[in-house]
Ligand binder design. Sequence first.
Ligand code: ADP
Length: 740
Amino acid sequence: MPAHIPVDLSNCDKEPIHIPGQIQSHGFLIVIDQDCVIRYHSDNISSFINGINENLIGRHVNDIQPLIGRNEPKDFIVQLIIFGKNNRGFEQTNPFVTDIQGKPFYLIISPTENYYLLEFEPAASDLTIDLQKIIGRSVSEMLADKNLQRLLENSARQVKQIINYDRVMIYRFAEDGHGEVVAEAKNENLGSWLGLHYPASDIPKQARELYKHNLTRLIADVHAIPAKILTAADNEQPLNLTPSQLRAVSPIHIQYLKNMEVGSSFSISLIYKTELWGLIACHNYSPRFIDFKSRESSKLIGQILSSALEFRQNEENQQQTQTFKAAVDQLSKYLLKSFSIEDALTKQEVTILDAVDAEGAVLVYENSIIKLGSTPNDEQLEKLLAWINGTLGESFHFTNHLASVYPEAAAYQDVASGLMISVLSREMNEYVLWFKPERIQTIKWAGNPDKPVELNANGLMMISPRNSFEEWIETVSGTSIYWSNEEIKSASRLREEITYAINQKAGAIRQLNEKLKLAYEELDTFSFTISHDLKNPLSTIKSYSQILSRNGNLEPKAQQIMDRIIVGADKMNLMINEVLGYSRLGRSEIQLSKIEMRPIIDDLIRDLLIAYNSPDIEINIGDTPDIYGDPVMINQVFANLISNAIKYSIPSGHPKVSIKGEVTETGVIYNISDNGIGIDIQYLPKVFELFNRMDNARDIEGSGVGLSIVKRIIDKHKGKIWVDSELNKGSTFYVEFFNG
Ligand code: ADP
């Protein structure tokens, strides 16, 4: 038993198989540069042409004309190259039939980087039938059935009939690069490989690329020794054989075919929308050569099958696409109509669950998590989301084996083996998630796919392809059905729709905000100008009333009226000044600094006691901690609050006012309390509104602006203000300033 040593075969992905330095020996190669000078050639030319000089490097191609084209003009290769250049390719002249020492040969010319490959191969095929004749009939039989599976089976049968290899398989690549035999036609004595899977490393990535480039590939004799490519000693540039017909096979692949006991292999690429969908893979257990023309005819079969496949596959996908499209269309209508993104996506008849073929979906949006269908539970989701937030950077992810990247998901793989994540906002951690349940499947591998390393006869470890192709059954759990291209497209289209709707709504809110700001500024400007403009006519009223009243010849009644006009005008002037002050505040920027409070409070009290002419008020000043704020504005705050406290406590008979501050963990709270008229509890919420005066304050002078100014200033300082009060007992106003 060879030891099982896990070795990563992905190295095969790096093998430069397009520059092997060798060709298969059933033909020979001459490489010329733009001046038709020979730069490379294979070392097996003499086995096709008797008497040719072994070293042709540096010679003009015309020099060898008599040997490679006896009946052709001397410069026929030069002419072919000119023709190819003018026609941007050699499709029209390939293959050029020529004669080498009495035997028919095909010359196939292909351009590569700076050179032209001239490949010569025998024109005789091992095929006895004329492909072109039977191809038409085969194609109509191939296409006879509408069903995709039967189309593939027919094709395998027809290809087997045409090229008569021992086994013809149709091999389909899965998303992860591994392949499955989906149809087969074979000789009766052979065991069936239908349904067997082949690991992705069997046909590495760069080999799949070459299959897209060269639509047919012949390995005529697995056991033949390849011919080396010679060049000048100082030429170190490896020759790119991508377009070559004769390109030698990688030693690993040759070993692989030998292990399968295959003598010759021929494959025709099946392309679906520019991608390699699969291969018609043909094996013969003895060497077998198919000439260029027959290979071209087989290529035609591949192309016809490819387009039939595309058509059938399109039909099958189309229905799914239609269903998803209808769902996303409906969702985007909901999104436009509804103000709530959550409602639009999860609460209507069609939901995000309908946008793909999933059993569960979760919308994570604006701090809410909405689940639909079968999903992991809340706790599992929370952890999964934390993992997503911390791990995934891209905007879109999907896996059909969640536990392989996030092992905790193994606990709920029955509902969430497949996960698709569409990121709505990376910053806000908002997503749509879809879940697919576990699909327990049995895969029949051709040999153990995890066993690429064997020990050779000497006991040395070597990387070699598997040599056992016995059916090896693996039960795969923890995986879901793949996310199809249709689902991925649908999910990403939905993402577009959602982000568009979110932006629209955010835009609408921003616009409203802007409008509000504008209206607010307009109002400020309006009250400022109107107050300002009122001042002039008002002073006119006052001046003329004073003139009239000073004249002294007014009747007592008229004199009384005149006095009231003057008092009214003074009052109005006061109010206008207050309003002006209030609107000025809206425009002014605050200038923060540390304010020592005690001197400010002392000054204010001294002035206020004089203004209210009430020396018997009892005033207590407690701690007066410093405040960080705008000195002018803070002065206004305390002036208003202390003035109110004095003003509204005078009627109590023994007015008492106290002012004290307290340092807290977050800043400073000042309270200003009095034993005055108090405020009715039902009016308390309105006390900071502009022009609001309480009923019990009617007889006391005031404008109803002071507290609005205080509130505005406190807001500007990002502080807080609130009030406690009881009617006829007194009020306490609190102002809180925060540090920093
Ligand atoms: P005013 O110029 O009327 O004092 P304010 O905006 O300063 O305007 O106050 C609004 C109203 O709140 C006052 O009219 C009064 O009804 C009430 N108020 C304010 N402070 C006190 C207080 N310390 N005691 C009782 N009522 C008060």
